[in-house]
Every structure is written in C-alpha cells, then in structure tokens.
Design a protein around this ligand. Structure first.
Ligand SMILES: O=P(O)(O)OC[C@@]1(O)O[C@H](CO)[C@@H](O)[C@@H]1O
Ligand SMILES: [Mn+2]
Length: 450
C-alpha cells in the first residue's frame, strides 16, 4: 500500500505543507490577499461605523482590525492554529476539531501550512467572524457584501436574458413534449453549473461577474464538462413522480446546497423555478451559510436581497420572476435553511455522526444538488485521490439521498475520470484542475447509513 494512504486506502488531505501545490499557493498568497481586502473594507467603512454607532463604532473598528492583523501575521509566519474564544453555537465543534488534529501536547503540529488545507481555509473565515463577533456593535457587518452585490449588479444583462428565456419556456410548458422538457432541463442545469464560475474567493475578490447571455454559450462550453451524469439526474427526477391520486402525480423534493451569491444564486433560482413550474418538483429546500463565508457564499440576507432586487428590477420578466420567487417562499414551496454544519471544516462523510439532524433532513429529499468547488472538496474529503477513483468511493459512505455535484474545477481534487483522461488534460492544460475552465455534473447514489 502506498505510504501516503492509510489502512483504509484513503489518501492524505491536500495541504500547504506540499510546497508549490495549489493549497500552498492559496495559503501563502490568496488567503493573505483576501484577509488584507477584509481589513481594508473595514477601515474604509470607519466613518459609517462612527455615524451609526459613534465612538463605540470607532473602537470596534480598531479592535477588529487589530485582531485580523494578528491573524494575518499568524498565517504568514505559519504559527499554530488557535482555539476560538467567542463562545458561540459552533465554537465547541471547532475547538474539538482542533484538538482531534493536534498531536498530544504538540501545539506546533497544527499550524497554517502544516494542517489540512480544507481546515485552515474554513478556519480563516470563521476567525474573521470571531473578530467581528467579539466587537459589537459591528458584529453582524458583512465584510463581503460589497463584492456580492456588485456581482449581481454587473450581471444584469445575463440575468435579464435568463428571466426572459425562462418566461418563454414557462409560457409553452403545457405544450412541450417530455423530450423538449428534458432538453430545457439540461440547458438550465448547465446554466446553474456555469454560474459557479462567478466565485469571488478564487479571484480573491476580483470582479468576475457574468457579462454575456449564458444560454448562447452552452454549446461552446459543452466539451469542457469532463463528467456529465445529467441523464442520471433526469431519471432520478422523473422516477420520483410518486403515484398519488390517479389524476395527480405528486412530484418530490429537491434540495440545493447553494454556493455563491450574485449571478450564481440567480441561476440556481431560475433552475428551481423551472423544476417547480414544470411540475417535476413539489418543493425546493435551499441550504445557505449562517454567516459570510468564502467571500461570495450565500447568506439568508443575500437570499432575500436577491429576490427583492429581482422583484424591483425595471425589466418585465425579471420583476415577474422575482414576484413568483417571493410567492414560492411565502407559500413554503421554496424554503431557506442555514445549518451550522455548512460552515464547519468537516468532510461530508462525517455529517451522519457530527450533524445527524442535518443528515436526516437531507434524507427526506429525493435529490440533493451540491453547487460549487468547496462542496466538491468536502464531498471528496479534499483528499489527494487518483483521478480514476469512483465518485462513490471518494464519498466514503456519504449518501443521504441521490446527489449531484455541479462544480467548476477550482481545486486540485477530481475523481471519476476515465483512464488517461487526467493525463490528457494535464498535457493540454496543466492548470485544468484549478482554472475554473472545466466542470463536472457528477452523480452519487444514496447510501444506507444511520
Ligand atoms: O465553492 P466555490 O465558490 O466554487 O469555490 C471556492 C474556492 O474559490 O475557494 C477555494 C480557493 O481558495 C477553492 O476551494 C475554490 O477555488
Ligand atoms: Mn463559494
């Protein structure tokens, strides 16, 4: 057995201890850049804090910046990862996780560069929240809000094009054949897939909003989908038409584990609207983050704000879509959830034991769509798998329901490829795993777990 695999054949976690690896470059370069932008954002809003909170606001701004600068120094000089001190709902989980990783009595064993990449990257975002939470009255300030709202506003052309397209599909919904329905499903599933390119943490906050109409570019993007299990997703959707009363088939429930706010969230809402208005699905549960995460991930505020903004748009089909989405939320057809597990560093194979309530919630879904790269890293444990290992193997027993990852590749973990496919890609594009240029629609079957 290769030295770098444990007894169960599970490879090691990706880590910045591998000099020159993508994890190393992220921890050495990108994370400090993101942290510096956070500090600048807080400093730039100093006057706003003064206007809103007076002297207390200035004190809080100064204190928060000094905590973040201290963390940046720890990160850049590879200091030990420190326990959290903010006594919040998830603090215990974080500190237990730290102890589990620490070699008995050796604090140095868990440092920024020596620990699993997944852990330290998640930890940085949680420490940003600790710095804010320890400094009321700016505790609930969203340091990433400007970037997320900018991504929405700068994608308006694409959003208008999508809402117009959806309106056209919905108008003919009664007449279209099952084949045409499958075609429309594929298009909107791929629009949601490519919406994941718009992620502000890979770009370290640089603008990467969607400028062109996403529907027009689908054909040219098709060859860049390395694994396409959309047929599995379709048969899961259509087979879950539960036989209800003879005249009415009750469709099932789809859960969407969201990724980025801005344009990507709109593509997810468009897909969810299509699923419900086509009658394929009865209800959609959206899962977002309980605090600002990985620069652009969706929070409850982002979810509501995006629907309100769409409603208020000065564009007929955009505002019509927004009104419909607000109605879905009001009627309970759509619901938003933000379990704390999604902002822990855990690999998803630990969910059944570390968050049994969430696992049970997902078991009630007929299909769970996982958006984005970080979710893919957690599905596969951010391990250094061979590319030809099956997705089911990498899931290591995680499978509350039929699931599908819709992910553009932005980290060097990818499984489920054909023999030779990875080597061919490397010869053509050495950065194929991290450029965001390629994507997968990867299906995993349900597992019987506790
Ligand atoms: O989950 P997302 O938004 O698709 O991507 C998250 C991400 O930008 O953060 C990490 C890089 O810092 C990588 O996991 C990935 O590139
Ligand atoms: Mn993200």
């Amino acid at each position: 057995m290769a030295a770098d695999q444990n007894l169960l054949g599970v490879p090691p976690s990706l880590s910045a201890k591998v000099v020159g690896s993508f994890a190393y470059l992220t921890v050495r370069d990108r994370l400090p850049t993101i942290l510096t932008k956070v500090i600048d954002t807080i400093h730039r809003n100093k006057n706003k804090f003064f206007e809103e909170y007076g002297e207390e606001g200035i004190q809080a701004e100064k204190q928060t910046i000094s905590l973040l600068s201290k963390m940046r120094n720890e990160l850049q000089t590879d200091k030990p990862v420190l326990a959290l001190t903010d006594c919040l709902q998830d603090t215990e989980s974080w500190n237990q996780y730290l102890q589990r990783h620490q070699i008995e009595g050796d604090e140095e064993s868990v440092s920024w560069f020596k620990s699993p990449w997944l852990y330290v990257e998640c930890y940085m975002y949680r420490r940003i929240q600790e710095a804010l939470w320890l400094n009321p009255p700016i505790s609930d300030y969203d340091v990433f809000n400007e970037g997320k709202t900018q991504s929405f506003f700068e994608s308006q052309q694409a959003v208008m094009a999508l809402c117009t397209y959806l309106e056209g599909v919905k108008k003919n919904m009664e007449e279209i054949s099952k084949n045409q329905l499958f075609e429309q499903f594929n298009k909107l599933l791929q629009v949601s897939l490519w919406g994941n390119k718009c992620d502000l943490s890979i770009s370290a906050g640089q603008d990467n909003s969607q400028k062109t109409s996403p529907i027009d570019s689908l054909d040219s993007l098709q060859p860049l989908i390395l694994v396409d299990d959309s047929n599995m997703v379709w048969s899961t959707l259509t087979s879950m038409q539960r036989p209800g009363q003879p005249e009415k088939i009750t469709a099932g429930r789809v859960d969407i584990v969201l990724d980025n706010a801005g344009f990507e969230l709109v593509t997810d809402l468009i897909l969810a609207d299509f699923l419900v208005s086509s009658g394929l699905v009865r209800e959609v549960h959206f899962h977002g983050k309980s605090f600002p995460w990985f620069v652009s991930d969706v929070t409850a505020h982002d979810f509501q704000w995006t629907i309100r903004q769409t409603m208020a748009a000065n564009h007929r089909w955009m505002s019509k879509s927004g009104v419909q989405w607000q109605m879905y939320v009001k009627e309970g057809v759509w619901s938003y959830h933000d379990h704390p597990f999604w902002t822990l560093p855990h690999e998803f194979c630990d969910m059944a034991t570390d968050a049994p309530d969430l696992y049970a919630t997902l078991k009630a879904a007929d299909l769970v769509l996982f958006k984005g790269d970080l979710n893919y890293r957690k599905l596969t444990g951010d391990r250094d798998w061979d590319h030809t290992v099956s997705f089911d193997t990498a899931l290591r027993g995680f499978g509350p329901a039929p699931l599908c990852s819709l992910r553009t590749l932005k980290a060097n973990v990818q499984v489920g490829l054909q023999p030779g496919q990875g080597e061919k890609l490397t010869s053509q594009n050495p950065d194929w795993m991290t450029s965001g240029k390629y994507a997968v629609i990867q299906f995993g079957s349900p597992k019987d777990q506790i």
